[in-house]
Design a protein around this ligand. Structure first.
Ligand SMILES: NC(=O)c1ccc[n+]([C@@H]2O[C@H](COP(=O)([O-])OP(=O)(O)OC[C@H]3O[C@@H](n4cnc5c(N)ncnc54)[C@H](O)[C@@H]3O)[C@@H](O)[C@H]2O)c1
Length: 282
């Protein structure tokens, strides 16, 4: 897709981090922007900021883990702008710790946001895009965590592997039945966002945590690592370029240590070698 002016983009998780930068990048292209997030105060501020670029923008309070909520987001988009050409299923959350010590609520929360969030986005917006018949682009945010497996973040890795797998399947299906709809999967390395404080949006009914030494260590590690990492603007620019170039895999550039870690895992599988512990040298 190369024509953006006057078209409409929907971004989930748009109140903060990568999603907020995506909303701004689309606004700079002259698109109408629908910002969806579960955090009302930050969402309102993000909408004002996007409007100040000169774009038509609305904020829709959305829980991507709820099918009803995402259906309402889709309806609000059509009511306000009539159609939708870009969808970024971007909202996501993180927690870490030993696989066997994390609670059922930990699993439920990450699966709801990181997997069901994308599923609800696709089930609601793809039929709308197919019915429109025009050129569209869907970007699902996964992670480099989808391309490797590291200890102490098992639930996150599991949900991000699922996001990548579903995106690849979607790519094949749309290529067969609606080739005017393109697909990308965003797999960022570490980015300086609010991801380490994801628990700020943890729903009360999934509140049970087991604060173990390993969970504390994992959360400290992600806090430190993201604080010294890339600006989310870099990721938003990468996404825009990938939409223009119709690239599926949006990865860090070759030579990035996360690419080496991913390559090692692929090589393990290819050679039937047991998993190598090869964290990125960052
Ligand atoms: N920051 C990183 O290092 C990194 C690396 C790889 C992938 N990612 C992925 O990038 C995406 C964006 O995260 P970020 O790093 O910008 O973090 P962030 O916390 O800054 O932004 C995530 C946004 O999602 C929103 N959100 C959380 N739960 C929600 C729900 N149920 N419904 C709607 N919105 C919800 C939050 O309010 C927040 O605004 C996530 O999918 C994350 O997994 C981040």
């Amino acid at each position: 897709m190369n024509e953006f002016n006057g078209k409409t983009a929907v971004v989930t998780g748009a109140a903060s981090g990568i999603g907020f930068e995506l909303a701004k990048v689309f606004a700079e292209q002259g698109m109408n922007v629908v910002l969806a997030d579960i955090e009302q105060g930050k969402l309102d501020a993000a909408v004002e900021s996007v409007k100040s670029i000169g774009a038509h923008a609305i904020g829709v309070l959305t829980d991507v883990g709820s099918g009803e909520s995402v259906a309402a987001l889709c309806q609000a988009t059509i009511d306000r702008f009539g159609s939708v050409q870009v969808l970024c299923n971007n909202a996501g959350v993180y927690t870490g710790g030993h696989i066997w010590e994390q609670t059922e609520d930990d699993y439920e929360w990450l699966i709801r946001v990181n997997q069901w969030g994308i599923i609800h986005g696709l089930r609601n917006f793809v039929p709308q895009m197919i019915a429109q018949g025009d050129e569209c682009h869907i970007v699902n945010t996964s992670s480099m965590a989808s391309m490797c497996t590291l200890p102490f973040a098992g639930i996150y890795h599991m949900t991000k592997h699922a996001a990548l797998a579903l995106s690849e399947c979607l790519f094949h299906e749309l290529a067969m039945v609606a080739p005017q709809i393109n697909v990308s999967c965003l797999c960022p390395e570490l980015v300086d966002t609010g991801i380490a404080t994801s628990a700020r949006n943890r729903p009360a009914n999934l509140a049970e945590e087991n604060i173990t030494d390993m969970q504390t260590m994992s959360m400290t590690a992600i806090t430190d690592a993201t604080a010294e990492s890339l600006s989310p603007r870099v990721l938003a620019d990468r996404v825009l370029q990938a939409i223009k170039d119709n690239l599926f895999y949006i990865l860090p550039p070759s030579g990035n240590p996360w690419r080496d870690t991913a390559d090692t895992r692929l090589e393990d599988i290819r050679l039937l070698r047991n998993p190598t512990f090869a964290p990125p040298a960052i």
